[in-house]
Design a binder for this molecule. Sequence first.
Ligand code: NDP
Length: 468
Amino acid sequence: MSQTQPETTTLLILGASGDLTKRLLLPGLGSLLAVETQRRVHVVGADRADLAPEEWAETVRAALTSTGAPADVVEEIVSGTEYVRADLLVPEELDALLTRAGEHAVLYFALPPAVSVRVCELLEQRGVSGQTRLALEKPFGTDLPSASAFNEQLLRVVDENRIHRIDHFLGLSTVLNLLGVRFANRLLQPVWSSEHIEKVVISYDEDLALEGRAGYYDKAGALVDMIQSHLLQVLAFFAMEAPASLEEDEVRSLKAQVLRATTVWGGDPVTASRRARYTRGNLGERVVPDYVAEEGVDPALDTETLAEIVVGIDNSRWRGTPFVLRSGKALGATAKRIEVVFRAPTHVPAGLHGQDVPDRLVLELKPAEMVLSLSINAEGDPFDLEQKELRATLGESRMLPYGEVLGRILDADPLLSIRGDVAEDCWRIVEPVLTAWREDRVPMQEYAAGSAGPAGWGVVPERLPERG
Ligand code: NDP
């Protein structure tokens, strides 16, 4: 293993010949290095695949170059990179790898989740240096008990601040822009509460279908794949109290606080959730089969490809405002956004006429854009009202979300990593819905691929009295 400079961080990728490494992690690193060219990273790949060193070097070169890392930076990394063939579940092979990686490595688990858990068991038995950091991919557990058991196990390996549970949505520019939008101007900060906001809709509708990912997706479904993880993180950034600073402890504690107050709307998972699955249809020119006829799909799993849940936040800022979280695949149009619907003004002067449309703020996740629609005087007759739009481009991200998140990890800063209690709470929030769906208390609807999804979604049930 090459001699590393003191400021060099070793990124040890476990599962280096897999899809995530090639498609997201290394390109993310490339985009980080395109911005932070001074950063020194020693990349070590480990996997049980028999890769020739040149093949690995070429994978690293191609991925880093594809996202704009300058040629000299790429070549420096490529000249120092190594590939180690190892079965990470064989204690001697794992031990030899960790000894070679040194005391300060970031261990990035790009492994199947069940393998990651077993490797962590071996780390617990072996022990690691106090400087080691662990980066763990989603899904983190499969339910609340498994997430909580995994947390306990990880804490026996390293301290919480050295555990980085990954959610690349925390690297999305619009999510980070929420900090400025909410806290850096006099206009929006005072109206960010249930007193002024009637409803918030956080959506992530994709126009892609399964795209060969049955192995993972068919066991997860839209609720676990998107809402349980990513969209609840967006909600936390949207709804948390104002941090005094951007220190990780401050921000992560406030996110945890707001999620602790979050529950299924009205305490009833049946009225507060909807699920559906796509059937044969067209996505552009392409004919998409029924979801259950897609390769690798097991119809018995009864997996949804579109999910919607309504949650509420029981604190003084948000009580009474429903948050609708929705995500799905194979839809006719993408909709990746946060939509804030404002309450009507307390009084409009008699004599001003116009349509009864609420004011809205839409924060588009991709591309990053903000649109504020307000009722003001119409053109022509000034005593008529109409909606006018104020638009702002929030700017292209300076790097890929994976780059943003990885940069913090390499700096040993967990600001953009999920804390253990939050990972568990996100399971606790969706658990009643998952149970209701397993018990078939919420019907599975259908929608044709390429359509807008079933009609009538997005409606918030009247809040029922809380139970028990
Ligand atoms: P892959 O199956 O493509 O890659 C995992 C790699 O780990 C494979 O090369 C696999 O080898 C290797 N591996 C498995 N067991 C061992 C072992 N005992 N010793 C050494 N190597 C081993 O998975 P992905 O890259 O898709 O996913 C990795 C992680 O990232 C998962 O947790 C996933 O949920 C998460 N993730 C993935 C995303 C994606 O788009 N791919 C998106 C977000 C998260 P082999 O092929 O021989 O089994």
